[in-house]
Design a protein around this ligand. Structure first.
Ligand SMILES: Nc1nc2c(ncn2[C@@H]2O[C@@H]3COP(=O)(O)O[C@H]4[C@@H](O)[C@H](n5cnc6c(=O)[nH]c(N)nc65)O[C@@H]4COP(=O)(O)O[C@H]3[C@H]2O)c(=O)[nH]1
Length: 569
């Protein structure tokens, strides 16, 4: 009959009679095959565990070359993952307890057990050791990638700092964030996101030596400890290698994902003496790498630290700005190119900072987005802009459109639809006069998950525009799945339009394709007459830019509406 189980036993016993007796006992069992190797001293046992795999060790504490707890200690140190059962003739409760505390799983007295008891003890011991290993794995390792988690990473970094201090060596901490993870997770789903994480983990590990540690400490955040470097000269090489390997496209069935990463680097001891300091400064540098366009690495610098501190101040000021009424809106006219009239305005936020004066959105809107404050700020913008448009209508400029920027977190917020409906109701603005501008990445970020909310907004009667078109990775043919009305060509294309140049060709192609998909086209950032003429000839529908008019305060708009309702250039 085949055995249900095979258990490999290392029997460490110097008494040949005991060895014979135990071997005979083991052979009595019919359901389990015990493959027994024996050794009569600690030296040969150590040799055996380094050569062969064992499931359990049966250990006599009195050996010719080692005695008592010392025997247990030496064996446990050598084979920490193999469960050990002490088999002894010494009936000593205190010793039994100490042995258990020092790594023994069980303590059995010779002559006081039969094979059934021993067999049960062995199986129970193996099972317990397996469970312990599993618990340890869950506590210290990330289940998805198998890499150390934050807890084990902190411990390893602490140890690495001690070693670096002792050996007077340098140490580098790399903080790595995958650039496209959120996009993959949101558009293709979590299963693909998880696959991307595993692939990235393997790729990062492939760039490192076995003495380096890589850990996953957050969703798409990895940290790498590079130890024993001299002067940090190797760090750029390693960072480059990691960036290069992560840049290779990932193929998922029908999808090719173009990936990249941003890495921040902090050096020990220059940039921090503790785990927390190094981690904070590497994180600051990673943030800088993101700001610098992703797919690059940045070393920590004091200047960076100052920037991060300044950012913290802005963040805390921003929290008070709403209550202190420090925000205001300016409005930039949108011109219809054919009739040369102002057909609407884009509302643009400004912040009157008590110390820094008037601040532009690029100085604070990202912080508002990252901290979630944009939801409340955006609601204020929406309500204020709708009320303002209603006033213009009341003043005789019926039908003027008001465009309001909406960020991704606003769109994702449960109450966004209700807020838009309530802003319209409260201001009594016809829904057809409100346009919501969503930038390209906001629309595609969540993929087709966005379609229901966009359809509901359309049902309210508002129109939808894709802002900054051309800066992301989407195509018009993809965007046609979304219920949008208008495309705004990003100012960067418009600014560099030269007849026959690439940007002119791109702008023309966007206008042509948008029209064939029955979408209206606005060109933003028009600064010069030649851009205006080109867009006019290319049949662009609407224009916005300093060439026609800068963003204005509401009080400057009334006379503009009275006098300049047509393009005068
Ligand atoms: N160089 C140049 N620039 C021109 C020209 N014409 C217009 N601009 C600027 O281009 C930006 C157009 O707005 P956007 O693409 O929606 O880009 C906006 C928008 O994405 C965001 N933003 C502004 N207000 C809000 C808001 O209330 N909520 C949200 N979520 N984002 C906002 O901040 C961005 C920047 O806003 P602003 O600094 O006001 O900058 C405005 C405007 O002043 C031109 O001819 N040349």
């Amino acid at each position: 009959m085949p055995y249900a189980e095979i258990i490999r036993v290392l029997l460490i016993e110097d008494n040949p009679a005991d060895v014979r007796l135990l071997r005979e006992c083991f052979s009595e069992l019919s359901d389990v095959l015990f493959l027994v190797h024996d050794a009569n001293c600690i030296a040969s046992s150590i040799q055996l565990v380094s050569e062969k795999h064992f499931d359990v060790i049966l250990l006599d504490l009195s050996l010719p070359d080692s005695i008592g707890l010392e025997t247990l200690h030496r064996m446990h140190t050598q084979a920490p993952d193999i469960p050990i059962i002490v088999l002894t003739g010494m009936s000593d409760d205190a010793l039994a307890l100490t042995a258990m505390r020092h790594g023994a799983q069980d303590y059995l007295l010779k002559g006081q057990f039969d094979i059934n008891l021993l067999s049960r003890a062995i199986r129970y011991t193996i099972e317990r050791k397996r469970a312990e290993a599993e618990i340890k794995k869950l506590a210290y390792y990330d289940t998805l990638t198998g890499l150390p988690n934050r807890v084990l990473f902190s411990d390893r970094l602490k140890q690495a700092i001690v070693m670096a201090e002792r050996d007077k060596k340098d140490l580098a901490l790399l903080y790595l964030d995958l650039d496209q993870f959120k996009y993959v997770n949101d558009t293709l789903g979590h299963a693909y996101g998880d696959r991307l994480l595993k692939i990235s983990a393997d790729r990062i590990q492939g760039c490192l030596r076995s003495s380096d540690t890589v850990a996953r400490i957050g969703g798409d955040e990895f940290v790498i400890i590079l130890s024993l470097l001299s002067g940090g000269d190797d760090v750029p090489k390693v960072a480059d290698k990691i960036l290069e390997t992560l840049r290779k496209p990932v193929q998922f069935e029908n999808h090719t994902i173009h990936t990249s990463a941003s890495i921040g680097i902090a050096l020990y001891p220059e940039n921090g003496a503790t785990v927390d300091e190094l981690l904070k400064n590497a994180d600051i540098s990673m943030y800088q790498a993101k700001e610098k366009g992703r797919n690059n690495y940045q070393f920590f610098s004091e200047e960076m630290n100052q920037l991060a501190l300044a950012r913290q101040v802005i963040e805390s000021n921003l929290r008070q700005a709403m209550v202190r009424n420090e925000f205001f809106l300016v409005y930039q006219p949108l011109f219809d190119i054919a009739s040369r009239t102002i057909i609407g305005f884009e509302a643009l936020i400004r912040w009157h900072h008590p110390q820094h004066g008037d601040m532009l959105p690029p100085q604070f809107i990202n912080i508002a987005e990252e901290t979630g404050m944009i939801v409340a700020i955006g609601e204020w913008v929406l309500r204020t802009a709708c009320r303002q448009a209603r006033q213009w209508h009341n003043g005789g400029s019926n039908g003027l459109r008001i465009s309001v920027n909406v960020s991704a977190s606003q769109l994702k917020h449960d109450s966004f639809l209700d807020i838009v409906a309530s802003a319209l109701k409260e201001s009594d603005l016809p829904p057809g006069c409100l346009e919501l501008e969503l930038n390209e990445s906001t629309i595609i970020e969540q993929g087709e998950k966005n379609i229901p909310i966009l359809k509901k907004l359309k049902k309210l009667g508002v129109s939808l525009a894709v802002d900054d078109f051309g800066t992301g990775y989407s195509s018009l043919s993809y965007l046609k799945h979304f219920p949008i009305d208008r495309v705004k060509i990003d100012g960067t294309f418009v600014r560099d339009i030269t007849p026959g140049g690439d940007n002119a060709a791109i702008a023309e192609a966007i206008i042509f394709m948008a029209h064939s998909l029955k979408l209206n086209v606005v060109a933003e950032g028009v600064e010069q007459e030649k851009q205006y003429s080109f867009l006019h000839n290319s049949k662009c529908d609407e224009l916005q830019g300093f060439f026609m008019c800068h963003p204005l305060l509401p009080e400057d708009i009334i006379p503009l509406l009275r006098t300049y309702t047509t393009l005068t250039h």
